[in-house]
Write a protein that binds this ligand. Structure first.
Ligand code: ZN
Length: 184
């Protein structure tokens, strides 16, 4: 059964505060590349179209999410006090925060991506399962998440957490109506 692989580039910012000696505690950014590898869950039927699904149908929702929501998001751990700043002063920007359990490392990001993509594939009824998600933070550093990493994250997340929802969300904040009436 053939596998599919595709890549997308995005810009992001984050900070890591759990390690008191980390030089990553001040907000900073990277241009990252996420490469996903999908395994077909059905055999290829030879003859005719000779594919299980059109490439654009498999990656369409995924790349729309990366381009429209992950790109230029600020990644923060759920306990980061900067979230309180945005709640108090810039609630309209809360939707642009990608929030992870614990520090937003490349490792947890790759696992979140794995779950989100698998949720998208299931919602679209596509005959593919995620095999790996590779996040290249710099040209010399990359993290590859596999199913075991995704399962570990699943155990730590509520069933309706954003990586397990087939919507475009990157956090679990309630939608912001207006600064005066925000339900946060
Ligand atoms: Zn960094």
């Amino acid at each position: 059964m053939p596998a599919l692989e595709f890549s997308r580039r995005y810009a992001m910012a984050h900070r890591l505060i759990a390690d008191p000696h980390s030089k990553c505690a001040t907000p900073h950014g990277h241009n990252e590349i996420v490469t996903v590898r999908l395994a077909a869950t059905a055999p290829l039927i030879v003859g005719g179209a000779n594919h299980l699904a059109r490439f654009e149908d498999v990656k369409g929702r995924w790349h729309a999410w990366i381009d429209g929501h992950v790109d230029h998001a600020l990644q923060l751990g759920e306990a980061d006090p900067l979230i309180g700043y945005f709640r108090a002063h810039e609630p309209a920007r809360l939707a642009r925060l990608l929030v992870t359990p614990g520090d937003p490392t490349t490792e947890i990001l790759a696992a979140c991506f794995f779950l989100k993509l698998e949720t998208f594939l299931a919602a679209d009824g596509l005959p593919f399962a995620v095999e790996t998600v590779r996040v290249e933070e710099t040209p010399t550093n990359a993290v590859i998440a596999s199913r075991a990493d995704a399962e570990a994250l699943t155990c730590a997340l509520p069933e309706d957490a954003w990586p397990r929802r087939a919507d475009m969300s990157i956090n679990d904040f309630a939608p912001t109506r207006s600064p005066a009436h925000a339900i946060l």
